[in-house]
Design a protein around this ligand. Structure first.
Ligand code: HEM
Length: 485
């Protein structure tokens, strides 16, 4: 077994090398029309400087250096693959909406293996469209509306358990716990308790192996990630069985109908003659995608909001006032409703501005499936293209004074940013289906946090490293005090 893994790893290395040689020779064929720039040293290229810039959250500086040297279209080589780096809203439009399947989604091999063969990120064309519709039929605002009270219950319970009675907290790890619980509740429909707790350790191992080198040897992180995936799949198979039984009972007793979770909603498609049937494998792989897609992204967003509010007194005071108004009209502990969320106009702008300043996903790659001509250059088949949300969000032609935290940019009467200039949730057919869910959870969390606690950061300049999502050096340490009413 181990010999097999070793052979596979050697083959993988050989394959990367051959691919590199192949791309190089193809590159030479087009050398006159290729974008400017250098592919650097074989296989390595600019990988180290890119990796460092990503880690230090300085990807804009890395891209800007290339632009200064070569202009808005230039080439580099990252992790053995040539990449054309593009900047500007029309480049974003080209990459996110490139017609005719000329560009395809691409992910590191570790991500593809952890997510599974039938995950949405692997689907293309009509299969992708159908699956996206199925996921969105659960994640659209009209359906999510009914879950506001559930998210609120999880949030209140979380604050009661992990924040009350403490003077100091590490915000980021706690908000990961909250996000995990909310996802468990909505996606799996599993209530708090041992069953939910079983998912957490393998789930964390899967996340860690996302950026692991895809070498499947007994001591590697990738190997732990694959084992963790097996464990999660086994738990999901049992869960699917239980939910299928519950659905059958519901059919016999329609009055027993309860709030549905995403798994139940996908299982229903198997009984519905009018829709394309979803296999169990497809449901499981996509439940894993949703678990992983929502976890780090939302918890990072919530943590960054806590930091932005701590360091921007006027913004905090405006939010506090808006949230107090909402609380005044409710009895103590009464659950928030969708209508309450629609009143949180200023708070929504703060969420949007936090996402603009610190998009949790800051670069986007696609791979050319054929030779493509763009702005007079050839992008050869197999090469990647890269655009960056952070780079676009820092463009002072679009967002004046771009490093300033200024929620008024999103006021109703402010000029709307041009298309393809706000990319925190991506754009085009691959746009994030979890956007409304993320915004909803943020509003609920801010309401509860602001009306129950005040906080100050122990180090107001605590920084983060991206790996690939922002991770605060000390988990964002804060001193908290309950608000006594
Ligand atoms: C602040 C929170 C979030 C951010 C910033 C975010 C960001 C993104 C981005 C940028 C993409 C596009 C990736 C690409 O173009 O390849 C994406 C895709 C995706 N996201 Fe999110 N996301 C968030 C929350 C969520 C949540 C809560 C879920 C599900 C519950 C989710 C599920 C997905 C899925 C399934 C895709 C793949 C869509 C496809 O391939 O068509 N995301 N997300």
């Amino acid at each position: 077994m181990e010999l097999k893994a070793l052979t596979m790893s050697l083959l993988l290395l050989l394959l990367s090398f051959l691919l590199y040689v192949y791309f190089f020779s193809r590159g030479k064929k087009y050398s006159k029309k290729l974008p400017p720039g250098s592919l650097g040293l074989p296989l390595i290229g600019q990988s180290f400087t890119f990796q460092k810039a990503m880690k230090d959250d300085k990807i804009e500086e890395w891209i800007q250096k290339g632009i200064v040297k070569h202009g808005p279209i230039w080439k580099a080589c990252l992790f053995g693959s040539p990449v054309v780096v593009l900047h500007g809203t029309s480049a974003n439009k080209f990459v996110y909406t490139c017609a005719g399947g000329k560009l395809a989604n691409t992910h590191p091999p570790s991500v593809s293996r952890i997510l599974g063969r039938k995950s949405i990120v692997k689907m293309t064309g009509d299969n992708h469209k159908r699956l996206k519709e199925a996921l969105f039929s659960f994640l659209k605002p009209d359906v999510l509306k009914q879950f506001v009270a559930k998210i609120d219950e999880e949030t209140q319970n979380h604050l009661e358990t992990h924040w009350h009675g403490r003077n100091e907290v590490q915000v980021q790890p706690l908000l990961k716990t909250l996000t995990f619980n909310v996802i468990c509740s909505l996606v799996f429909g599993i209530e708090r308790g041992p069953k939910r707790d079983q998912f957490l350790p393998p789930f964390k191992d899967m996340i860690r192996s996302f950026i692991a080198i895809p070498v499947n040897l007994p001591f590697t992180q990738f190997n732990r990630g694959l084992k963790a995936r097996k464990q999660v799949v086994a738990l999901l198979v049992d869960l699917l069985h239980e939910k299928r039984e519950a659905l059958k009972e519901q059919k016999q007793q329609p009055s027993a109908h309860k709030d549905q979770d995403l798994i139940t909603s996908l299982l229903k498609t198997q009984y519905d003659d009018s829709s394309e049937m979803m296999s169990d494998e497809m449901i499981i792989d996509n439940v894993i995608v949703l678990m992983l897609g929502g976890y780090d992204t939302i918890s990072v967003l919530l943590t960054l909001i806590v930091k932005c509010l701590a360091n921007n007194k006027p913004v905090y005071l405006n939010i506090a006032q808006e949230q107090e108004e909402i609380m005044k009209n409710k009895s103590p502990g009464e659950a928030l409703t969708w209508e309450d969320l629609t009143k949180m106009k200023y708070t929504s702008r703060v969420v949007s501005e936090t996402l603009r300043l610190h998009p949790p996903v800051n670069v986007h790659f696609q791979r050319a499936t054929q030779d493509i001509e763009y702005e007079g250059y050839i992008i050869p088949k197999g090469w990647q293209v890269m655009v960056s949300a952070s780079m676009t969000h820092m463009d002072d032609n679009i967002f004046p004074n771009p490093t300033m935290f200024d929620p008024t940019r999103f006021e109703k009467h402010a000029p709307s940013p041009p298309p393809f200039s706000l990319l925190s949730f991506g754009a085009g057919p691959r746009m994030c289906p979890g956007m409304e869910f993320a915004k909803m959870e943020s509003l609920v969390m801010i309401h509860r946090l602001v009306t129950l606690f005040t906080w100050e950061l122990l180090n107001k300049d605590e920084s983060f490293k991206r790996s690939p999502f922002p991770e605060f050096d000390q988990g964002l340490q804060a001193q908290i005090s309950p608000i006594i009413r």
